[in-house]
Design a protein. Structure first.
Length: 148
């Protein structure tokens, strides 16, 4: 199976997704502080033998690309507009329920951080395919513990 990790880097938090790119399926997603990114990528690499890592070309991307050399094929990709598109993608994956359905789409706020969804949007742009993410929405609150 072909495994891809997408990273939406940031100064205080980063979005990570692990994708089965053969089946266009998200296997895991996290929002973690920058200092925890390498531990998660290493953990996923040990479990899944990563084939590719894509890094958004924004905050400190050159350093991340350098840090990931040796894990897998690493590529910097355009992340322009992914944070804004992440909100729409969140609601496409997990439609609003209850009273939130009544709000205009532009006023709905997802209940968690969207950095992992921004990483997903980057991956989908890169793969030129939409990915499925089964199950209820994960809790994308900033994770500092437990480590992988």
């Amino acid at each position: 199976m072909s495994r891809l990790v997408a990273l939406d880097p940031g100064r205080s938090k980063c979005g990570l997704v692990l994708i089965d790119s053969e089946h266009n399926r998200v296997l895991a997603g996290k929002v973690v502080p920058p200092e925890a990114v390498m531990a998660w990528v290493d953990h996923w690499h040990e479990q899944h033998n990563l084939d590719q890592i894509i890094v958004g070309d924004g905050t400190s991307s050159a350093q991340w690309v350098q840090d990931f050399n040796g894990f897998a094929n690493v590529q910097s990709v355009n992340e322009h507009g992914t944070t804004l598109r992440a909100r729409d993608r969140y609601w496409a994956l997990w439609p609003a329920k209850g009273w939130q359905r009544l709000l205009p789409k532009g006023l709905r706020l997802p209940p968690h951080e969207l950095d992992a969804i921004a990483a997903l949007v980057m991956a989908e742009d890169h793969l030129k395919q939409r990915c499925s993410w089964s199950g209820p929405p994960p809790n994308f609150s900033l994770r500092t513990w437990p480590e992988p």
